[in-house]
Design a protein around this ligand. Structure first.
Ligand code: GLU
Length: 451
């Protein structure tokens, strides 16, 4: 059996945003579920716009998300491979030079659109004879290069998300694959890499569907030209795009990434639980166990309708995930001295791990007690006398004794005690909190409140 190999191929021209993160996650999941390999491919052929700081940021973000790749490749280090592929295609007559300027092409497109025609490149450059080309070059005009689609080879594939796809190559423009300064556009390097890196599952956004149509012909042309030994094409799948809650492709989503999540106290597991399932028929649930997410992961559950990303849903999921986290998961982010019992007592009150410190202060003090009525002060005086830490559950012992002694029950029984012991009207379960406060400190707080 062949090993499943997937890749996440960001261009390092900016930070990863939720849309990219979702694609990375799904490629990671495809590979993990199949026991395969997940590659990070840095698409950095655009020298001008690519930045090393973004390459580092991509690695850091993937590490924070726990989506570590099994290998990393960089297109900028593989230029000789693209050159070789280009030469093979050229020898096979599948690339041709073109000399139009951007403005000329723009005018052609406008004329076509004006006539109600699709703006497909008219292949004028294909009709140039050698003399024409020689004249252009003599005039110092360097060509850009187009891949020549085979109009007789209909394009079809079964898409993992979209089902049967068909394209008529005559309805597509021959894509420019190389600029006049000889730099590469995305189309050919990506195909060469998918061939040479053994990528057999290509999962990306639906904005790449027509690229896939072109690339399918490129794979076949490269094999036919003898560039590589032919093998089956990868399985292609295109996921619907991510939209904001308001139902639009929102600008905000384009800038929302790991830094923003981290700053807002969102756990990577909440991001993963949400992105793994939005846009699928599976319910979004606070699942912190990746194996559980992997079990249900299946492209057949993916919807063709856009996936809605809702920050409110992420917050709710985050709280539910925080309530499941073990002390060991968060120990390095907790205040000094906050142990397992304290974490368990405080955890249900948190929406973010970062709030733990505020609650922990109720244990360590100092606390601010409210002013008590004279009846409550008398009641709290009785509490001092009733305090008993000899048993398993001093809170139960205290409240039972006070109930018997004073006849109070419900709120009048519990609230003054909570206020005296923590300074708050609400908060973690007192049964768990009182042992953490400890006998001496609890006594001191009750005495102070009793006045
Ligand atoms: N660098 C391309 C992008 O970010 C990769 C697309 C692909 O997955 O092939 O859109």
């Amino acid at each position: 059996m062949t090993t499943t190999i997937t890749r996440f191929a960001p261009s390092p021209t900016g930070r990863l945003h939720v849309g990219n993160i979702r694609t990375a996650l799904h490629n990671w999941m495809l590979a993990r579920k199949a026991g395969g390999r997940f590659l990070l491919r840095i698409d950095d052929t655009d020298e001008e716009r690519s930045r090393e700081e973004y390459v580092d940021a991509i690695r850091t973000d993937l590490a924070w998300l726990g989506l570590e790749p099994d290998g990393e490749e960089r297109q900028s280090q593989r230029l000789d491979r693209y050159e070789a592929a280009f030469e093979a295609l050229k020898a096979a007559g599948r690339v041709y030079p073109a000399y139009e300027t951007a403005q000329e092409l723009d005018v052609k497109r406008k004329i076509q659109l004006g006539r109600g025609l699709p703006p497909i490149y008219d292949r004028a450059a294909l009709k140039l004879d050698d003399d024409h080309r020689a004249a252009m070059e003599a005039a110092g005009i360097a060509p850009h290069w187009r891949f020549k689609l085979d109009h007789d080879e209909q394009i079809a594939w079964i898409d993992g998300v979209r089902g049967a796809q068909k394209f008529d190559p005559a309805q597509l423009s021959d894509p420019v694959i190389r600029r006049a300064d000889s730099s590469w556009l995305y189309m050919l390097p990506s195909t060469v890499d998918d061939i040479e890196m053994g990528v057999n599952q290509v999962l990306r956004g639906e904005d790449h569907v027509s690229n896939t149509a072109v690339q399918i012909q490129m794979f076949t042309a490269l094999y036919a030209a003898g560039f590589a030994a032919a093998k089956p094409l990868p399985d292609f799948a295109h996921e619907a795009l991510l939209i904001g809650r308001e139902g639009k492709l929102s600008k905000r989503l384009g800038s929302l990434g790991c830094d923003a999540f981290r700053d807002a106290g969102i756990e990577p597991e909440a991001v993963i639980a949400l992105l793994a399932r939005i846009g699928t028929s599976l319910p979004v649930q606070p699942i912190a166990d990746r194996d559980e997410l992997l079990q249900g992961f299946d492209l057949s559950t993916f919807s063709r309708a856009p996936a809605k990303f809702d920050e409110g849903e992420l917050d709710r999921l985050n709280a539910a995930i925080v309530h499941q986290l073990d002390h060991a998961d968060v120990a390095d982010r907790l205040p000094e001295g906050m142990g397992v019992e304290a974490w368990h007592a405080i955890r249900p009150n948190l929406t973010h791990v970062g709030e733990a410190g505020e609650w922990w202060r109720l244990v360590t003090g100092p606390i601010d007690q409210p002013a008590f009525s004279s009846e409550d002060r008398a009641f709290l005086g009785e509490a001092v006398a009733a305090l008993d830490f000899s048993g398993e559950d001093p809170w139960h012992a205290l409240t039972n004794a006070l109930k018997d002694a004073t006849g109070r029950k419900g709120k009048p029984l519990f609230l003054p005690l909570r206020q005296a012991l923590t300074g708050m009207d609400h908060g973690p379960d007192m049964r768990e909190l009182l042992p953490l406060i400890g006998e001496a400190e609890a006594r001191a707080r009750l005495e102070q409140a009793a006045g």
